[in-house]
Design a protein around this ligand. Structure first.
Ligand code: BT5
Length: 259
C-alpha cells in the first residue's frame, strides 16, 4: 500500500483528497487536524500502522504495520443533520458488514453500537468523534479499523472481547486496498440513505444477538439486562427486561455482552 496505489485504486470513488501514512499515531487525529485546516467532506486518511490507535473511552486499538486497515473520513456538517449524528457509527459498521457479507460471503454482524463480528468475534471497530465549535458541529471524523491478517489481532490479555481477522476466517489472503475500496463504496452508498427506513432496516437486519439475552455495561458496571428486540427510529437499542418492559439504551459509552 502507498499513496499512488491508493489513489489509482480509489479513483472511481471520486474522493476529494486522500492522504496515506506508512505509520502514524491515530488516523482519527490526522483527519481531525486536517479538517480543522479545511479538509473537504469525504477527505480520507489511511495508515499502514497506528502507534496510538484509539477505541472508545480511552481504550486502545491495535493496528500493527501491514496487518489491518486503519482509515478515517472527514464528514462535514453541511452534509449532515443533527438527528443523524448517532447513526454515523452504524454507517461505518454497516459499510463493513455489508462488504463482508456481499463480497466475502462472511457471516458478519453488528454488535451494537460499534463493532463488527465474524462468527461472534470482533473483526472491526468504529470510532466516530464529533468536533464542535460552540453549539455547532465543525466536523465529524469516522474512523474504521479492520483486522485483515492474524498479525492484527492483539494478544488475549489485551482484549475485552474475543477477536479475529479476515484471512483466518476466509482461509485465504485478502488484498487490503481492494477491501478498502469495497468498504468505501458501501459507505458512500449507505451515507446517501442515512436516516432512512431502509438504513434502519439494514442495521436491524445485521444486529448481532437479536432476540437473545444480553447485558449492558457502563464503565464495566452492569446497568441493564434484557433480550434485544430491535432499534428505535433514532437507532437506540431496545431490550425487553425481565418484567416484560421495553427499555431503550441510547448510544453512549456502553458495552454489550451476550449472557
Ligand atoms: C473500538 O473501540 O472498537 C473502536 C476502534 C476504532 C479504530 C479505528 S482505526 C482508525 C481510527 N483511528 C483510531 O485511532 N481509531 C479508529 P472499543 O469498542 O472501545 O474497543 C476497544 C477494545 O477493542 C480494546 O479495549 C481491546 O479490547 C479491543 N481491541 C483493540 N485492538 C483490537 C483489534 N485490532 N482487534 C480486535 N479487538 C481489538
Amino acid at each position: 500500500m502507498n499513496q499512488h496505489i491508493l489513489q489509482s485504486a480509489l479513483v472511481e470513488l471520486a474522493l476529494p483528497e486522500i492522504r496515506y501514512y506508512a505509520s502514524t499515531g491515530s488516523t482519527n487525529d490526522l483527519a481531525a487536524e486536517w479538517a480543522s485546516q479545511g479538509a473537504p467532506n469525504l477527505a480520507l486518511v489511511v495508515a499502514n500502522e497506528q502507534t496510538q490507535g484509539r477505541g472508545r473511552a480511552g481504550r486502545r486499538w491495535y493496528t500493527p504495520a501491514g496487518a489491518g486497515l486503519a482509515m478515517s473520513l472527514v464528514l462535514r456538517p453541511e452534509n449532515l443533520q443533527t438527528t443523524q449524528l448517532p447513526q454515523l457509527t452504524a454507517l461505518g459498521a454497516l459499510a463493513v458488514t455489508t462488504t463482508l457479507k456481499t463480497d466475502f460471503q462472511l457471516p458478519a454482524e453488528i454488535k451494537w453500537p460499534n463493532d463488527v463480528l465474524v462468527r461472534g468475534k470482533k473483526t472491526c471497530g468504529v470510532l466516530v468523534e464529533l468536533h464542535w465549535q460552540g453549539d455547532s458541529l465543525s466536523h465529524a471524523v469516522l474512523g474504521i479499523g479492520v483486522n485483515v491478517t492474524p498479525g492484527a489481532v492483539p494478544a488475549k490479555a489485551n482484549l475485552i472481547f474475543p477477536a479475529t481477522d479476515l484471512e483466518s476466517e476466509l482461509n485465504q489472503p485478502v488484498n487490503r486496498v481492494e477491501l478498502l475500496k469495497k468498504i468505501l463504496t458501501q459507505l458512500i452508498t449507505w451515507r446517501a440513505r442515512l436516516g432512512s427506513i431502509e438504513f434502519l432496516q439494514a442495521w436491524k437486519l445485521h444486529l448481532a444477538y437479536m432476540g437473545r439475552p444480553v447485558t449492558i455495561l457502563r464503565d464495566n458496571q452492569e446497568v441493564l439486562k434484557g433480550t434485544i428486540t430491535g432499534l428505535t427510529k433514532r437507532g437506540a437499542l431496545q431490550l425487553r427486561n425481565i418484567n416484560g418492559t421495553i427499555e431503550e439504551v441510547a448510544f453512549g459509552e456502553v458495552q454489550l455482552r451476550p449472557q
